[in-house]
Design a protein around this ligand. Structure first.
Ligand code: TTP
Ligand code: MG
Length: 406
């Protein structure tokens, strides 16, 4: 059976999310990346802005010179992450063989799925429709027998595109395109290829492998296969996480117990909420501390029974923290908490004792409210102390380790 692989990529992703939130921005040149008087570069530009030559990576100052009427927006990563999760959830409804590549793109293996949807391109139209109806976003989709051709096809079809390359047509589709269109060919490789007189993918496809190998090593061989439309790589769903953890570094080292405890509480809530989001429970809780001199320790506690409640994670963390601090006089630079020994939470509430039941119910309610109104809609008493330490946004405290505010 001929493989059918889709590559789905959202159009002008960050900008489009802003336009959904603020429809008056639709149809206008819009840039996400920051104010034009700030240093920094364009992260995303609307197609209207691209007509003026704006593109990702361009300094904001240059962008505002080329297109002074553009609307410049700072952007909010948590917002894009939420949109990304909804996007991936839609794709996962169509096939379990989903491999996210970044926030706004993914491969979907759909070999044999035509029987359900009539044809693969009809399936692609159904995907585009759901993304549009439910998220207000526009996706471009490439369909081919392998990943590389599918990705090039989606790129070529943008914006709002759909392009299927039939089996056997891969080479003729790729041949006229410049080599830079081939995924993996960056500026450096492009220069090497140009030096060999190779400008198009078609020219690359007929270059002897030995020539490419001598200039680019093993990568040269890979490129040669890609240029010939050959790409046997499988669509691989990401491996399930074996643990979930959150940590943060303090602006200055501290031994202030209440500050450490409040931070631990907040991190426990982040870990707990992700655990429950994945419908999992954990058997083991680990505390991580890094001292002022960068010595790092991890202390573990095994729970008597798997749990997912913030309070249970926090309680274990605090007792580990107390013990560690009593044995150590140095200040703390970083604190983190994690859970492992994950299992599916298939348990019935009535199998729990009444205090565990109450905790699970409470967490359910908090999760529900936070999902609807943002993480900061509910702040637990224990974390309020952090209000003076970390700035808050809709998505919780902004920690000094931004990736860990997730
Ligand atoms: P892309 O898919 O490369 O770009 P895009 O979605 O804005 O536009 P299109 O796909 O229609 O060509 O990247 C997805 C998002 O990733 C983009 O909206 C912003 C972010 N990004 C950056 O922050 N910096 C970058 O240099 C690039 C390329 C993207
Ligand atoms: Mg995109």
């Amino acid at each position: 059976m001929v493989r059918r692989i889709m590559h789905i990529d959202l159009d002008a992703f960050f900008v489009s999310v802003e336009q959904v939130e603020n429809p008056s921005l639709r149809g206008k040149p819009v840039v996400v990346g920051g104010r034009p008087d700030r240093r920094g570069v364009v992260a995303a530009a609307s197609y209207e802005a691209r007509a003026f030559g704006l593109h990702a990576g361009m300094p904001l100052a240059t962008a505002s010179r080329l297109c002074p009427q553009a609307v410049f927006i700072e952007g909010s990563f948590p917002k894009y992450r939420r949109a990304s999760q909804s996007f991936m959830a839609i794709l996962a409804d169509f096939s379990p063989y989903l491999e996210p590549l970044g926030l706004d793109e993914a491969y979907l293996e759909v070999t044999g799925f035509e029987s359900i949807h009539g044809s693969i391109s009809q399936m692609a139209r159904a995907i585009k429709k759901r993304i549009r109806d439910e998220l207000g976003l526009c996706a471009s989709i490439g369909i081919a027998s392998g990943k590389v051709v599918a990705k090039v096809a989606s790129e070529q079809s943008k914006p709002d595109g759909l392009l299927e390359i039939a089996a056997g047509e891969e080479c003729s589709f790729l041949a006229p395109l410049p080599v830079a269109k081939l995924p993996g060919v960056g500026k450096k490789t492009e220069r090497v290829l140009k030096g060999l007189g190779i400008n198009t993918i078609g020219e690359l496809a007929i270059t002897p492998i030995s020539t490419l190998r001598s200039r680019l090593g093993v990568f040269g061989e890979v490129l040669h296969s890609y240029a010939n439309g050959i790409d046997e790589r499988k669509v691989t769903p990401p491996a399930e996480a074996k643990s979930i953890s959150r940590e943060t570094t303090f602006a200055e080292d501290t031994r202030d117990y209440s500050r450490l405890k409040a931070t631990l509480r907040y991190l426990s809530e982040r870990v707990g909420s992700q655990l429950r989001q994945q419908a999992k429970e954990a058997r083991c809780v680990a505390l991580k501390l890094r001292y002022a001199d960068f010595t790092t320790i991890t202390r573990r506690h095994t729970l008597s029974r798997s749990a997912s409640a913030d309070q249970t994670i926090f309680d274990s963390g605090v007792s580990l923290l107390k013990k560690a601090l009593s044995q150590e006089k140095r200040s703390v630079r970083l604190v983190g908490i994690g859970v492992s020994g994950l299992t599916e939470s298939g348990r019935q509430l009535d199998m729990l004792d009444s205090s565990s039941q109450r905790l699970e119910q409470l967490n359910k309610t908090i999760d529900h409210i936070r999902k609807k109104y943002g993480f900061t809609a509910i702040q637990t008493g224990r974390t309020l102390l952090l209000k003076d330490i970390f700035p808050t946004g809709e998505d919780g405290y902004t920690l000094h380790t931004p990736s860990l505010s997730r």
